[in-house]
Design a protein around this ligand. Structure first.
Ligand SMILES: Cc1cc2nc3c(=O)[nH]c(=O)nc-3n(C[C@H](O)[C@H](O)[C@H](O)COP(=O)(O)OP(=O)(O)OC[C@H]3O[C@@H](n4cnc5c(N)ncnc54)[C@H](O)[C@@H]3O)c2cc1C
Ligand code: FES
Length: 248
């Protein structure tokens, strides 16, 4: 397990409750979906580290984007540039995306790991489209950055746009014939709805459920997958959407 003590080199607010933190971390070779376990404090409060996906990694600059949902992320949001944080990792399997026309489906903060996937695909000249949905139209993150990398980008919102839409309702109306593969990250409810759609191409979910240790030891992240338990932190977090049993 590799622990990095890193200074926050930059901090930006991306929406009213999502912030980005940048660190300088040379010599890692991360794969899409990989994440760091962020130690929120020096002491044991909160006890568990918080998993955060790699949102971007370029020229040794590591970007994490965090949505405030509870105590740990609130405490992280109060850190300032120049302060030091301990990051363990990167964790997660070495998922190698196909170099085929892809569809990226993001919901809310699920855009964070998909931004890194978009960078990864772009660097390999793999064409992809983006479908990105949020609850309210002021909740988009990295909209322009990823929109520019995509061949075609579609943004939908449940509030704030003239037309109320979700990624699932939009997908129902889309012609999906040209895509060889899809990648999705977002709330569990979105992944469940996507699974029900039975997409015509292979689809992969970037799972962001609860973790414990983050490194394969505690079984706290076990998920039923293709008939047996798998650990999201080491066997995932990228798993075939169709193989996940969300009811167990
Ligand atoms: C592999 C992985 C990658 C992740 N990447 C990111 C990322 O890039 N950016 C980001 O903002 N978040 C990410 N998350 C989610 C993030 O880790 C949690 O939101 C965070 O740990 C919550 O900590 P907290 O102390 O603020 O919330 P808690 O006080 O622990 O919980 C507050 C509320 O949030 C809910 N909650 C907590 N954790 C999760 C979770 N994992 N999924 C859904 N609801 C949760 C709880 O049920 C509770 O209602 C990722 C999670 C995983 C497993
Ligand atoms: S979080 Fe401990 S095994 Fe996955």
């Amino acid at each position: 397990m590799v622990a990095h003590k890193l200074k926050i080199s930059k901090k930006v607010w991306l929406t009213k409750n999502v912030f980005g933190m940048e660190f300088i971390l040379p010599r890692i070779r991360p794969y899409p979906g990989q994440f760091f376990q962020v130690r929120v404090n020096e002491g044991f409060e909160p006890f568990l580290n918080r998993p955060v996906s790699i949102a971007s990694y370029k020229s040794s600059r590591l970007l994490l984007a965090v949505k405030i949902v509870g105590r740990g992320t609130k405490m992280l949001s109060m850190k300032k540039p120049g302060e030091q944080l301990e990051l363990l990792g990167p964790f997660g399997g070495k998922f190698k995306p196909a170099r085929k026309r892809s569809l990226l489906i993001a919901g809310g903060i699920g855009m964070a790991p998909l931004r890194f996937l978009a960078e990864y695909l772009s660097a390999r000249k793999t064409v992809f489209d983006l479908l990105y949905g949020v609850r309210a139209s002021d909740e988009f993150v990295f909209r322009n950055k990823v929109g520019r990398m995509a061949d075609r980008a579609i943004f939908v919102a449940e509030r704030g746009y003239q037309k109320k839409e979700t990624v699932v309702s939009r997908l129902r109306r889309m012609d999906l014939a040209g895509y060889a593969v899809a990648y999705a990250c977002g709330p569990r409810t979105m992944l469940i709805e996507l699974q029900k759609l039975n997409l015509p191409m292979p689809a992969y979910a970037f799972c962001e459920d609860f973790l414990g240790c983050g490194c394969g030891l505690c079984m706290g992240c076990a998920i039923m997958y293709k008939g047996s338990y798998r650990r999201i932190c080491v066997d995932g977090p990228v798993l075939e959407l169709g193989g996940i049993d969300f009811e167990v």
